[in-house]
Design a protein. Structure first.
Length: 182
């Protein structure tokens, strides 16, 4: 009996250590829904998506690549929703379905709901203590996002749509009317 108790305690400690160091215990599940690596530099406000094809230079090709990224992100969100996964970095686009009141408890968040092309809706919780508020946001507007997906039975939440001041989390962003908010 004591050995089972010690094993249980050891398992709990292992889970806490994994959580502390950011080790993904669901790695096998997440491997099939990985996003391409995104790099940031302090000199630029927009993320640079690593592309293995350096010949991609025209705006038309970049638009097609961005659309491909968006479609991939929609698939990642769909799979994450079906598998009830959280802490999944995603990039995609959605249309504003509803604008909610700001959440002013603790860190302030601008909140709105996006309807995605995959049929899901996600709540965006954009930290306006760490990033500028998305200006002139209206129902029906298109928003591109790069942030962390968290499962909820209503579709999910997208957060970390800003820079991490502690440099411990991948920086996120929102794009609206040609402007990047991070």
């Amino acid at each position: 009996m004591a050995n089972k108790t010690q094993l249980g305690i050891g398992a709990v400690i292992a889970v806490f250590i994994a959580a502390y160091f950011g080790i993904d215990l669901n790695q096998q599940k997440n491997e099939s829904v990985q996003q391409p690596k995104v790099e940031y530099s302090d000199q630029q406000s927009n993320p640079t998506i690593q592309n293995s094809n350096p010949s991609v230079a025209s705006n038309d090709q970049n638009d097609r690549y961005a659309n491909s990224q968006s479609q991939h992100g929609l698939e990642v969100i769909r799979q994450s929703y079906q598998r009830k996964l959280s802490n999944v970095q995603v990039q995609s686009v959605g249309r504003v379905k509803a604008i909610l009141r700001d959440d002013n408890d603790g860190s302030r968040h601008q909140k709105f709901i996006l309807a995605l092309e995959n049929g899901l809706t996600v709540l965006v919780a954009h930290n306006i203590d760490l990033a500028p508020r998305v200006a002139n946001l209206h129902k029906g507007d298109t928003i591109e996002f790069f942030g962390e997906y968290e499962y909820s039975n209503q579709g999910g939440v997208i957060h970390w749509t800003h820079r991490d001041p502690n440099h411990r989390h991948e920086n996120g962003w929102l794009k609206h009317d040609g402007q990047t908010y991070q």
